[in-house]
Design a protein. Sequence first.
Length: 255
Amino acid sequence: MERRGQIGLVEALLLDVVRLHETWMEVVFPRQLDPSAVLGKWKPETAVQSVGYYLWALLGAPLVAVTYPLLLVGFATRFYAAKLDSAVARFGVVGAVIVATVVWGSLTVLAHFQLPTDVMLGIGLASIVAVVSAGLAAGFSKVGGRFVSVLLAYPFAMTAFFLPPVVAAVLTPALSSAVLDPSYELARWILDTFLAVGGINETLRGAFDLETFGQQWGLPGLGYVLMWIGISVPLGWFLGLLVALADLIRPKADD
């Protein structure tokens, strides 16, 4: 197969769209995505098969149009994930943890000399969250296997990205307005859009209060922490699935 770097952008996009549609066809009909070298691509032989085949193809067309932009996100995510994987391969999991510790530890030391004690402690604990999450993400990515990467590596990577500033803001009143106030507005928007189906938003509003949840156990701000974990994990799964789709449509050997 001709490498995509040696053909035009339009041709490369067309190849991706065709393979994405063939993946859809493969759900019902055999030998669509990767035809057999001997038997070739399966084609309908009867009128009933033809009707079903072309109806399924027409049904897949709008789905491909909606899915392809997400596939591009998968390509981009795979590109940057590969950069991180190559760094982990060079330094190892322990080395990656050491690098994260040095970076976040330097930030904590800087905060110690420049900021009040409560701010420094908040950033220090956020650094611990970031280092642990980054180490777990790197470790699970080294285990290998698409399932482990999607299930664990990507969620921990998202947690390493999102959770540290939330932890710092929960523990540091000076930072709360910059992080927690937008988080509250985001939570309200999610409840009013994605979780409005079936009254899920009203159930959650009745059961939990984002700002006060956790105070009864002496853990103020726990609601914000759980909220961002609840965002990071499914977002990691979503991006991991997009990368898996990108691997299926455009295998790494063809990049």
